[in-house]
Design a protein around this ligand. Sequence first.
Ligand code: HEM
Length: 127
Amino acid sequence: MTGNESESKRFAPKVAVQLDPPKDDLISQEELAKCDGTDPSRPTLVAIKGTVFDVTRNAAYGSSGQYRVFAGKDPSRALACSSLKPEDCVPDWYDLDDKEKTTLDEWFTFFSKRYNIVGKVEGAKNA
Ligand code: HEM
């Protein structure tokens, strides 16, 4: 196996996920907040560094799931710092240390291998 092959398999799901082409629709913070798993007519969304993922198929982000605190938000800071505190579920990651930034980038890779990208958060400062 070459180094590149093993790199592409990092954080890959055990069962292959068929993903749609990423969308770059703008999603307002207000709309994102409504997509927190409590409204069955809306998808459940989680954003990382302003990129919005549709996590509807994973009950962990649903209204009684263990990771519901992330739903309807850009919780980049919490993901970077391994926190589940609601106050850390904010997008601000710029002032974090390199190790935390790497953790966040790994979460981005993890999500991008599992969930469709459905847009960008309006007004988000991207990487
Ligand atoms: C007692 C501590 C924890 C335990 C036992 C635990 C356990 C787990 C397990 C078993 C998974 C599934 C792994 C997989 O699908 O490959 C998972 C996923 C995950 N964990 Fe934790 N976790 C803990 C703490 C945390 C914390 C503090 C965070 C905050 C960043 C976190 C964020 C996540 C996220 C975002 C996922 C991915 C869910 C997905 O989309 O599949 N976990 N955790």
